[in-house]
Design a protein around this ligand. Sequence first.
Ligand code: CA
Ligand code: CA
Ligand code: CA
Length: 410
Amino acid sequence: MGNRKSLFIALALISPNILSAEFIVKFRNQVNEDLLTSRSLGTEVKSVRSLKTSVGNFAVIDAKLDAVQMNSISRSSGEIEYIEPNYTNYKLFAEPADPSYSRQWGLNGRHGVQAEDAWSITKGSKDFVVAVVDTGVDYNHPDLKDNMWTNDLEKMGQPGVDDDGNGIIDDIYGYNPISENGDPMDGQGHGTHCAGVIGAVHNDIGVAGVMAEAKIMAIKIFDDRGRTTAEAIVKGIDYAVKAGVKIMSNSWGGPQHSQAIEDAIKAADDAGILFVAAAGNGNFLGFGQNNDKKPVYPANYELDNIVSIGAIKSSGRKAMMSNYGKTTVDLFAPGVSVYSTYIGGGYRSLTGTSMAAPHVSGVAGLIASLDPTMTAVEIKERLLNSVSSSNKLMSKSIAGGTLNAFESVR
Ligand SMILES: [Ca+2]
Ligand SMILES: [Ca+2]
Ligand SMILES: [Ca+2]
């Protein structure tokens, strides 16, 4: 009786009125196809095929049956042990259960990064740190907190005391050089969005990050109104270098060449840290510019560890607003209508090379998870040599294509 009840529930979930579908019939002994004809069952049966297995003999029928009919069939013949739908609602576990995953075309779309195939090889690692150098991160976000880096000496230490002696009091999740304190909470949203692209937790809420396993450090170089200084940027990068991060994700920039910022990034280069930088979003009219002619920094600094990222839309073409450059933009990544985490525990869709860069940072993290001793230059070579080539992007980037997570880790 209990079984029958659960069968009804299962059917009701598929459809209240099954019109035509496949059913699996388990026979107690041999399959009796005569029992499975339209005349015997009193309903149209389109096809019957036998299925012999070591656990018994089955037939698969294509028929029009509702729950009541199915139930009466299983009761009417002593030869039939049970009948149930030929269920199809199973999925590869590489596909995350996060309810908004279907919206993440950058991961699962035709021109996305082939994330699921990559995840069958690696889902990331907590053995190294990815720094989001941005507006901070909502480190309490339920879809991020388990993938946040924490400074355990401060976390277990005393409030108001610089427990690890690094000069910053209570820097548990990162650093805030804008306010010169240890709290990088995001009050703007941009950094939280980028963090989610890299490493939103794979769970039953929200979105999935490129890295399922990650350690994200928040470096808040912009205040909540989006303002910064070269001083704050240098201090933020310096903190991340000293903390020994592996990758820095930078979704910001401007036309101003700062020697101090370049020197800070050079120190990251010397430490083997990959510096992912958005190529920029073009002019005030919304058209991308050629970075070969009009440099954008930090993307355009001529340092080996910098990888400059343009944005594509879901068709695989360059986003209208995205900057480009045959010799200055390395590769393209998803950057239009990117759905990710937002401040206040929320989610939002945003567009820009800002969203493309963290896709690359996440894939760089997948690469590094294969071999944490890999240098920045080695990771960068992998990224560039693994792109999905595109004729339209040949003249617009060094690699001539878009980010491919699977090709990067296979
Ligand atoms: Ca400290
Ligand atoms: Ca403390
Ligand atoms: Ca999630």
